[in-house]
Design a protein around this ligand. Structure first.
Ligand code: P6P
Length: 335
């Protein structure tokens, strides 16, 4: 039987390609790998112990914090802090960014990490897949000085790595460092991630559209027109509607099968629901690295200059031809 490469072997073989520094990328991805295993263990047993259900707190988004959200946030922050290469962390669960001042080396750490520690957490108590999303940049302010908000408010084009963990029927880590997208599946029996999906790529087009049609009446006309286009009997249409309500799961399925995910603005949510920095930018980086496309309906997500840590953006992401078709409808009827 062909031996699958482990994540550790893959990192070592590819670290030379990481244009900044070999060891540092390995440490970053290894920190995420460790946290993913710990969170996976907790998520998979959540149904058995009293860790499900809201922690009673709410996060900056005003959303009830599920206990697993809080646990996942703490685990990722803890493992990233211990690695001596991260100078700051921003999280969906934290109002402000966390500055990490390494004790011995004064502000010598070069990377900032932005995370959504447990995306889709409202699905936890109904046993639907959830995920972690992460985005990594080099700091832009001088080494030796404290990290600042400017280090986090970089356009997505500047990312040096991004990825997600999907806690589904199997647990996978999918990430890019700018040289394509690779997927690793966890063998929980031995706690090892194996390269199961090398060089993941979106099919140029597809027949799946993912959008919460419950908000249809509030959508911009261009989105309504695109949804109607997907439903018409013509050529390879009607498409199939698939919406899990967990970004990582909808994204992952569409990348494998071909499809488009849309979370548009509406007259209820002026900039949509998804956050630019730790949901849309990392997923857009992965999408572009996998032959896909990601925009706000008009311009590439990765070109947006952020102004706030938790800002939101409309999000159209998936097979290139499907996103371009949807953008065509938005151009005709933008509001
Ligand atoms: P709605 C989960 O809360 C999330 O951020 C994404 O994972 C998911 O795609 C979206 O929101 C679902 O939002 O409004 O359709 O329930």
């Amino acid at each position: 039987m062909r031996k699958h490469k482990t994540l550790g072997e893959f990192i070592i073989e590819n670290q030379a390609a990481f244009k900044y520094s070999s060891g540092e990328l390995s440490k970053l991805i290894n920190a995420i790998r460790l946290a993913a295993k710990v969170v996976n263990h907790e998520v998979n047993k959540a149904g058995l112990v009293d860790i499900i259900g809201a922690s009673g707190d709410t996060n900056i988004q005003g959303e009830d914090q599920q206990k697993l959200d809080v646990m996942a946030n703490e685990k990722f922050i803890q493992t990233l802090t211990n690695r001596e290469i991260v100078c700051g962390i921003a999280s969906e669960e934290e109002d402000d960014f966390i500055a990490i001042n390494s004790l011995d080396k004064k502000h010598q750490n070069k990377y900032v990490v932005l995370i959504d520690p447990l995306d889709g957490s409202s699905n936890i108590d109904v046993n639907v897949s959830v995920g972690t999303i992460f985005s990594i940049y080099r700091r832009v302010t001088p080494i030796g000085t404290p990290v600042t908000l400017e280090d986090f408010l970089q356009p997505g084009r500047n990312q040096v790595a991004a990825g997600y963990v999907i806690y589904g029927t199997s647990t996978m880590l999918v990430y890019t460092t700018g040289h394509g997208v690779n997927g690793f599946t966890l063998n929980p029996a031995i706690g090892t991630f194996y390269l199961s999906h090398p060089n993941m790529r979106y099919p140029d087009t597809g027949k799946i559209y993912s959008v919460n049609e419950g908000n249809y009446t509030h959508f911009p006309q261009g989105v309504k027109d695109y949804i109607k286009y997907c439903q018409e009997e013509e050529g390879d249409r009607p498409y199939t509607s698939r919406y899990i309500g967990s970004l990582v799961s909808d994204f992952h399925r569409n990348m494998i099968k071909g499809g488009i995910y849309i979370y548009p603005k509406s007259n209820k949510t002026e900039n949509g629901k998804l956050r630019l920095l730790y949901e849309c930018n990392p997923m857009a980086y992965i999408a572009e690295q996998a032959n896909g496309k990601a925009s706000d309906g008009f311009r590439p997500i990765l070109d947006i200059q952020p102004t706030e840590l938790h800002q939101r953006t409309p999000f159209f992401c998936g097979s290139k031809k499907m996103v371009e078709k949807a953008e065509g409808f938005m151009l005709k009827s933008p509001s």
